[in-house]
Design a protein. Structure first.
Length: 570
């Protein structure tokens, strides 16, 4: 008995030390200037523009400015304090908050040790590590959606006190106000809540009316919580969830030009012929076959492959990384489920149902990226802890017959943590935070290593007059570090340069006149993608560009594949 207590205490201390070490690692990795793609396009650029303007205002040329912005408002506060790094820690806090929710839930259902292990497992999952050190909003969505479902469990368990149902609805609404994926969370929970209520009632007393009233109450609380962003979009565009389902809402708002309709998804700025063909393919299977020529078995095993094959910054491998044990352990969580209490059986079934249906909806969007699946990860962690508990019981049960049976549980825990730990160590090599923290690299030197266009942008900030206006070609809307007024042109905005070059009867004088009317004084060009675009362009487009660049563009600064040109109107 004493040995068992001592072992448990040792395990408790070990997990606590690993958890503290992980938090230190995350804090170090986050202590660098932001350079993640979506931060530069959206999550920091918009708050920066709002601060410069003195408040939120409509930006019809930036489609993503209509997205809900609960977390982006917090980032605005960080920028007001003068720190983009602080925005990373704000995002990280929501990951830590989710870990606390998991700890509180699993401590009650299993034990303190499993609560700590679940929190450690969750925070060290590769995609969670990646999100914790970047300025995205996915951890906010994950926190509020997790809180909503766990509050519903608590509401059922504690006698259906109304305050817990209200808090669950408000949390779901905050998820919607963080990212539109929260609408899917609301849809699934609204479908599942009546079933949860009815199944939790005694067999002899099924009250459908109570279930429906509670569901309506939950939905109203969620919509109330999300209403500021819904009302804003309704007033500006006639569509509360713009840019989603515009036809349904019969909006009168004119859509932003195609060039500015850049989502936060990873897309090449110049598409290959196969990518152009696949853009019309419907469904994830058709798209992946067209893009990657995957065979039938690779396509059918996609739901399994995402747990094993993920790689950062590679859409073919789901642009992120998970842990295989998130797929394997939940199956063990259902061993002996018929002998468990009704509440626990109901919770496990609900966690599986939510995870499966959320995955299927995300799977059928046609773009499969691991961070789009983030809201299901806390629930897979909970199920994994149930699986580990059952694995521990099996080891104890068969220890007398199979000598190594007791080793299966500790080996499993070691392997799942080592998988996560290897990714964490790789991040130190990729991000190299110590070069910045120790002062070996200045802020500008560090960002120059991480952002190839940063040097040219800094030259523009330091040397161009404030009256200048820059047109950026194929920069993917990454404008956070560019302080001079600027526009982006990558995919044929009808009011910008690439479309002017396409005009069959266009000439250099017309192009110059259009540039003058738009008050554009400089071009910032990514040369490799511009050359690729010109290679696929028609002869008259190539000739127009050659005339323009030969006679009216003067290179004032060059770095790698980026050139800053001054436009001359002589």
């Amino acid at each position: 008995m004493q040995n068992t207590v001592s072992t448990k205490r040792g395990f408790f201390i070990l997990i606590g030390v690993l958890l503290a070490g992980l938090l230190v690692c995350l804090a170090l990795l986050a202590y660098t200037p932001p350079f993640s793609r979506d931060a530069l396009i959206h999550h920091l650029q918009l708050p920066k523009l709002y601060l410069q303007h003195g408040g939120i205002y409509e930006l019809p040329n930036l489609k993503f400015s209509y997205y809900p912005m609960n977390l982006d408002l917090l980032y605005m506060g960080a920028l007001w304090l003068g720190s983009g790094i602080l925005a990373k820690y704000i995002h990280m806090v929501f990951g830590l908050g989710t870990a606390l929710l998991l700890y509180a839930h699993m401590r009650k259902r299993l034990s303190i040790s499993y609560g700590l292990l679940g929190a450690l497992f969750f925070l060290s999952i590769p995609i969670i590590v990646k999100l914790s050190i970047t300025v995205y909003v996915d951890l906010g969505l994950l926190f509020f959606s997790t809180a909503s479902l766990l509050l519903l469990f608590h509401w059922l368990e504690t006698g259906k006190q109304k305050k817990h149902l209200i808090l669950a609805g408000l949390s779901c609404g905050l998820a919607i106000g963080t990212k539109y994926n929260g609408l899917l969370v609301l849809f699934l929970l609204a479908l599942m809540l009546p079933i949860l209520i009815i199944r939790s009632q005694p067999q002899t007393k099924k009250d459908t009316g109570t279930a429906l009233r509670a569901t309506v109450f939950f939905c109203l609380a969620a919509l109330l919580s999300a209403s500021p962003w819904l009302i804003k979009n309704a007033l500006w565009t006639g569509n509360p969830i713009y840019p989603l389902y515009n036809g349904f809402f019969n909006r009168t708002h004119t859509a932003p030009p195609p060039d500015q309709q850049l989502s936060t998804a990873t897309e090449k700025e110049v598409k290959t012929d196969e990518e152009k063909k696949s853009s019309g393919a419907r469904g994830i299977f058709a798209r992946r076959y067209m893009l990657y020529r995957e065979n039938i078995w690779q396509l059918l095993l996609l739901p399994v492959r995402i747990f094993f094959e993920g790689q950062d910054n590679d859409p073919r491998y789901f642009d992120g990384r998970l842990n295989p044990f998130l797929f394997l352990l939940p199956f063990l969580g259902f061993l002996g489920i018929t002998q468990e209490k009704k509440q626990l059986r109901l919770e496990k079934t609900t966690l599986v149902a939510f995870s499966v249906f959320y995955f299927l909806f995300a799977f059928n969007t046609g773009v499969l990226r691991i961070r789009y699946l983030a809201p299901i990860l806390p629930f897979l962690v909970i199920l994994s802890m149930y699986g580990l508990k059952n694995l521990e019981k099996l080891g104890e049960k068969y220890a007398t017959r199979i000598g190594l049976a007791k080793l299966v549980w500790p080996l499993t825990v070691c392997l799942l943590l080592l998988w996560n730990g290897s990714y964490l160590s790789q991040q130190f090599k990729k991000i190299d935070p110590f070069s910045y923290i120790t002062g070996r690299l200045s802020r500008d030197e560090y960002l120059t290593q991480q952002i190839p266009e940063y040097t040219v942008m800094q030259y523009a900030n330091n040397n161009l007059p404030e009256s200048s206006k820059i047109l950026c070609l194929f920069l993917g809307s990454r404008g956070y570090y560019l302080d001079r007024p600027h526009l982006f042109d990558s995919h044929g905005n009808p009011n910008l340069l690439l479309s002017w070059l396409k005009q069959p009867k266009g000439n250099v004088e017309t192009v110059l006149q259009n540039l003058r009317e738009q008050q554009i004084t400089h071009l910032l060009v990514r040369t490799d993608l511009t050359a690729q675009w010109l290679y696929n362009a028609e002869n008259h487009q190539q000739e127009l560009w050659n005339q323009l660049s030969r006679n009216h563009l003067i290179a004032v600064h060059t770095h790698l594949n980026y050139i800053l040109y001054q436009v001359t109107f002589r």
